[in-house]
Design a protein around this ligand. Structure first.
Ligand SMILES: Cc1ncc(COP(=O)(O)O)c(C=O)c1O
Length: 384
């Protein structure tokens, strides 16, 4: 059969084969021929979604790989976040970080919940636990921290505060696939954790996501909610949504699991190279590994202090772009600076001094398993 070709304009510039372009990330894809038998299986069965065999096998394989008890797969991480808040019946106000991808806060908005932004720590860039208590009001029902860049939040302190005030904890763990703390999955903390398997993540199923929970009943509740609330053919137990992961995504996830350890190993080597070559440069700093943490090296953010470095973060960003290096300013602007949220009292710059400073300094350098040594050298050459 003749291979089918698509017109050039079918692809975005990102996918059209600009060989010299270095993006901040590039999704890991297993060899195509290894995926064909999975597709043949799906075609043979004709079961495309609604809890198919690949879906169930992938849930089990993820529990084994991640060291967790219960997981519910979703079509993407945003639907998983929205559903996690529904599952715990969260209302009123939720304390969260402005230093994240917008979906963290949008999930609150879609549930009619008021986000209360709390500042971040300058070492991990996660929620500053010292400032959580001051943000609690009678309307507060939960905390939604983010393991940003895969860096674990101070989970013990957050748990203690939540326990004292009777709050729930939902971790946005979109960046934290495979991350461990003290030998245990970071996903075992909090009431619920949410993963994203988006193409830009360490582990991808094109699009995808999941909620991690700790008991069978909650898993059942989440499974109902992601399937319109159906608890049987004619019983609907809640206002559910269509959040289901389909069989192609799940099959792809099964195959991706074979490669994930190798992917993280390669990412780590790139981080070590960056750290070695970029250390000691005045005005340029980066995050180091945390004690007792197994990192996944999802991102490589650097911080640029303009007076010391001699150039602003935006100058660096523009120069890299002129040279075909598409580093990204994650996370700039802060979520609290977007029009939807900037009117909130907790969005005031005075309330978020660390986040306001970091968002002006941060830039994430390219990192993905196939990034070649000469490309890493090229990135470094514009920074040192
Ligand atoms: C921190 C964070 N939360 C939530 C999401 C949303 O996940 P998804 O794109 O799978 O909907 C993302 C990324 O996409 C993210 O980076």
């Amino acid at each position: 059969m003749k291979a089918r070709t698509f017109p050039e304009q079918f692809f975005t510039s990102n996918e059209g084969g600009d060989d010299d372009r270095i993006n901040v990330t590039r999704p890991f894809l297993p060899p195509l021929e290894e995926f064909i038998p999975y597709l043949e299986d799906i075609w043979k069965r004709g079961k495309l979604t609604n809890k198919g065999p690949f879906h169930d096998a992938f849930e089990k394989a993820l529990c084994d790989y991640l060291g967790i008890n219960y997981i519910s797969l979703f079509a993407n991480g945003t639907l998983a976040l929205v559903t996690a808040l529904q599952a715990l019946r969260i209302t009123g106000e939720v304390i969260t970080t402005p230093f994240s991808f917008v979906a963290s806060t949008h999930s609150l908005h879609w549930n009619g919940i008021r986000p209360i932004f709390c500042d971040i720590e300058s070492d991990t860039l996660t929620l500053d636990c010292e400032r959580i208590e001051a943000a609690i009001t009678p309307q507060t029902t939960a905390i939604l921290p983010v393991h940003v860049y895969g860096n674990p939040c101070k989970v013990d302190v957050i748990e203690e505060i939540a326990g004292i005030y009777g709050l729930k904890i939902i971790y946005d763990a979109a960046h934290a696939f495979s991350v461990k703390l003290n030998g245990s999955s970071i996903l075992n903390y909090g009431d619920l954790s949410v993963l994203s398997f988006h193409a830009t993540k360490v582990f991808n199923t094109f699009e995808g996501g999941a909620i991690i929970c700790h008991d069978k009943t909650m898993k059942r509740r989440i499974d109902y909610l992601k399937n319109f609330g159906f608890a049987g053919e004619v019983t609907v137990v809640g206002p559910g949504i269509n959040g289901k992961m389909n069989e192609i995504q799940a099959a792809f996830g099964m195959l991706q699991l074979k490669y994930i350890d190798e992917v993280i190993k390669k990412r780590r080597l790139i981080v070590l190279q960056y750290r070695e070559k970029l250390s000691g440069i005045k005005g340029l700093s980066f995050l180091n590994d945390q004690k007792m943490v197994k990192h996944n090296y999802a991102y490589f953010p650097i911080l640029i202090n303009e007076p010391e470095y001699g150039r602003s973060r935006d100058d660096v960003y523009e120069e890299l772009r002129r040279n075909n290096i598409y580093a990204r300013r994650y996370f700039y602007p802060l979520i609290s600076q977007f029009p939807t949220y900037r009117g909130l009292a907790s969005s005031l710059a005075d309330n978020l001094p660390v986040a306001e400073k970091i968002t002006e300094r941060v830039i994430c350098l390219p990192i993905y398993p196939d990034l070649r040594d000469h490309e890493i050298e090229k990135v470094i050459s514009f920074l040192s």
